[in-house]
Design a protein around this ligand. Sequence first.
Ligand code: ATP
Ligand code: MG
Length: 415
Amino acid sequence: MHDILPQDIALWQRLEHAAATVFSSYGYREIRMPILEKTEVFTRAIGVATDVVEKEMYSFLDRNEESLSLRPEGTAGVVRAALQNRLLYGHPVRLWYSGPMFRYERPQKGRTRQFHQLGAELFGAPGPDVDAELIRMGERIWSELGLEGIRLELNSLGTASERAAYREQLVAFLSRHADALDGPTRERLERNPLRVLDSKDPDVQLLLDQAPKLMDVLGEDSRRHFDGVCELLTGLGVAFVINHKLVRGLDYYCHTVFEWITEDLGAQGTICAGGRYDGLIEQQGGKPWPGIGFAMGEERLVELLRLKDNVGPAHPHAYVVMLGSGSKLAGLQMAERLRDKLPGLRVLSHAGGGNFRAQFKRADKSGAALALVIGENELENGTVVVKRLREDLPQETVSLTVLVDWLRDWMTDGP
Ligand code: ATP
Ligand code: MG
């Protein structure tokens, strides 16, 4: 679990601002859920035989002996909240959320135990139109952020019964080749055979190229849904590749599943993943109601933004140097006035005392572009001395009555 430090905050804010803007332009409204839920909210939704529930949840008994868990993902909680607050069962509902998620994973690059997701969910429309729109919305976030070269992979998981039929075919095929499977793969074969498609083992992957394909067992309706998504995406200008082995790690998905992947982050290159979950709401105790959504990993997107352009920290524009008796109040008052009159101006006031040299040293270290100096003379004359700290220009004495205008011109000309 990492601290997010001040020098990185600008990137986080840029990401969150871009996502919020795009979400709202598609009619999505923000929802905020608690970080803790009853454990069953997750076990029911995500499935007991998944990595998340089997190995990754932070679960504990509270003082009332009730099992609670830190949320490992957002969708289960959004569904719980939507049901409980009666947001469903009318027109389609579009919601988005952001915040920390927790999974007990093996920490590595791009994989931490507390991480952050931004996610979107749409309830009440069976698709495929909204599937395509939701995917296009993700792409718009990448372009809003100036990120390029992010690949979209797409697959269909069909219905639960189609998946069950496919599971049998896959198990039969893999059992015939059991000698070629490593230990973890054999275990997955037992517990959650579809997850074998996800195997990172190159030999298993080679074998899987000959395995039956889920796409080939889909019924007519599922086929039509998937073809519809592909056609609409093409019509909207969204490029994609079909990946027959894309199954996703959570049990609640059906039909459309997708991932957005970058090659710029090494092994953990999936920055966003999602899919349709038409059975989830019923599983969580509601009447059947379709849903689809995605979640993006904020840490990975922030890393991409960092690689793209080295955004530095936001230095102060002006550092207020206060010398001699009475200058403290005058300096603080001046700083307040500047903040009132010039929104966006970053003013840092010197804290504590110190002589001229000491205060200038701190002004320089702060990265500020200007020093605004108030000494006894200035106090008496109602002026301030403006010194450019990053340029070799003579200092100027500016009357307090025109300081706001002076600074406004300076900001317009580019500090
Ligand atoms: P993987 O198979 O890589 O573990 P996942 O299927 O568990 O991925 P999702 O549950 O779909 O991942 O989460 C959506 C996105 O959230 C991921 O694509 C990734 O960007 C991000 N994410 C998931 N787990 C972590 C983590 N432990 N640390 C950082 N980001 C994560
Ligand atoms: Mg995972």
